[in-house]
Design a protein around this ligand. Structure first.
Ligand code: TMP
Length: 224
């Protein structure tokens, strides 16, 4: 059976990924495609537990290598349990973050370097590559502002504490931001860079344009 289509969304905290992934899923549904939406870390029962552990600001003193290993443990589980079976069934998978996040946050932000992340991806994830990655990269200032606001709202709502990354300093986010740009420059065929402080509608337009192009290129395929 033909392999499905694997799409990932990437960006800093507060870049609007979740809104855009939901709008893209609705857009696909309207055109008769059913998309499976998942996220990392999370998306499986084990992954949700890893998410709780790794994002909770009470997880203090987590070593960068331990943090990266947890991200890959989550990803290995998600690939085995959700992503690979869906792709084998010919489905469209929309994944909110994938290994580019590890390269940007742990490779760039935590300064573990790209080479280690890419090597682990090859070993742990059989080097599974997205067919298309949509990278939302508004200006750094705008991203930081949105991340702080979101974190404050989450704290007020007494939901699960997911603030460990958002409590990071601006220098950390600067490194994440620059690593994301580096990935986009390195892999222009896979990564569509959506830059600037655009409206939600404008970002959606750019996303559907890129996705429509990929779908047209695969017009002979069928998606469940
Ligand atoms: P989210 O709120 O967009 O789901 O992101 C969860 C946080 O986890 C976000 O701050 C980025 C971080 N993260 C990493 O540091 N490395 C990774 O590999 C992934 C998937 C997420």
């Amino acid at each position: 059976m033909r392999r499905g289509l694997f799409l990932t969304l990437e960006g800093l905290d507060g870049s609007g990924k979740t809104t855009q992934i939901n709008r893209l899923a609705a857009w696909l549904k309207k055109r008769g495609h059913s998309a499976l939406v998942t996220r990392q870390p999370g998306g499986t029962e084990t992954g949700d537990r890893i998410r709780g552990l790794v994002l909770d600001s009470r997880s203090t003193n987590l070593a960068p290598m331990a943090e990266m290993a947890l991200m890959f443990a989550d990803r290995a589980q998600a690939i085995a349990e959700v992503i690979q079976p869906a792709l084998e069934a010919g489905k469209i998978v929309l994944c909110d973050r994938f290994t580019d996040s590890t390269e940007a946050y742990q490779g760039g932000g935590r300064e573990l370097g790209s080479a280690t992340v890419l090597e682990l991806h090859r070993l742990i994830c059989s080097n599974l590559q997205p067919d298309l990655t949509l990278l939302l990269l508004p200006g750094l200032e705008a991203s930081l502002h949105r991340a702080r606001r979101r974190n404050q709202r989450t704290a007020e709502l007494s939901g699960p504490d997911e603030g460990r990354f958002e409590a990071e300093q601006e220098a950390f986010y600067g490194r994440v931001w620059r690593k994301y740009r580096e990935i986009a420059v390195r892999e222009p065929d896979r990564v569509v860079l959506i830059e600037g402080d655009l409206s939600i509608d404008e970002v959606h337009e750019q996303i559907v344009e890129a996705v429509a192009e990929r779908l047209a290129g695969l017009a002979t395929g069928t998606y469940a």
